[in-house]
Design a protein around this ligand. Sequence first.
Ligand code: NAI
Length: 241
Amino acid sequence: MKDTVTIVTGGARGIGEAIAKFLAEKGGNIAIFDIIDGYDVVEAIKQKGVEAKFYKVDVSEYKVVEGAVDDVVKTFGRLNNLVNNAGITTDKLLIRMKEEDWDRVIKVNLKSVFNCTKAAIRHMLKTGGSIVNISSIAGVMGNIGQANYAASKAGIIGFTKSIAREYGERGIRVNAVAPGFIKTQMTDTIDEKTKEEMFRAIPLKRLGEPMDVAHVVYFLVSEYGSYITGEVINVNGGLYM
Ligand code: NAI
C-alpha cells in the first residue's frame, strides 16, 4: 500500500474506521469522507507514519463529493483506491415504510456510490485504480424489514459489475464485499433475540468484527487482488453461502 492514496467513505467509525486503519497499517495514505467527526481517527492514522485527512462530506450530494475528491487529488497528488462504505438503515416492514425512508436509504447507500465512483474514476483513468463497494448479505438474500436497504445493497452489486466491465481495460478493478452480521453501532440496536437466532445460524459461531471486513478490502485493493474484478465476496462466517 506504500505511496497509495485511498478514500474511505463512512470512515469515522465502525467498518470504515477499521478499513482506514488497516490500509494505513499497511502503509497507505488515507482520506476519510464522513458526516460525523473523523478528526480523532485521522490523528490515530497519522501515528502510523502515513498521511491522512478528514473531509466532512455528505456522500449523497454529488457536487460536495466532486469538490472533496478533487481536493484529495490536489492534496495527495493522486488517487489510487476508493472504498464506498458509508451506509444507513431505516428498518421497517414495507407497510410502515414511508416514501422518505425509501428515498433516504437509496440516496445515502446507492446514489453515494454513483457519486463517489463518478468523481473518483475521472482521476483513476490516468493511473488505474481499485474500487471496493460495501454491499451486504441483505443485498444478496433479502431481509424482512429491510426492503429499502436490501434494494440499495443489491443495486450496488449491479453497479459494481457494470463499472468493472466498463473500466477493466483502463486498469480499474471494481469489486464488492457483502458482510454478514458485523459488530458495530449499526447492529447495536438489533434486539437480543434476533442476535441469538443469527448467532445460531452462523457456522463459524461468532459475530463478525469490523477487521474481518477490513482484511478482505485490503486483499482486494492490494496487488494480491490484481486479477479480481466484478466479484462479490461474502464475509459472513458462512451465514449465507
Ligand atoms: P456505522 O453506522 O457504524 O458506520 C457508518 C458510517 O457511515 C458512519 O460513520 C456514518 O456517519 C457514515 N455515514 C452515514 N451517512 C453518511 C453520509 N450521507 N455521508 C457520509 N458518511 C455517512 O455502520 P457500519 O456497520 O460500520 O457499516 C458500514 C457499511 O457496512 C455500511 O454500508 C453498511 O450498510 C455495511 N454493512 C454493515 C453490516 C453490519 O453488520 N454492521 C453488514 C453488512 C453491511
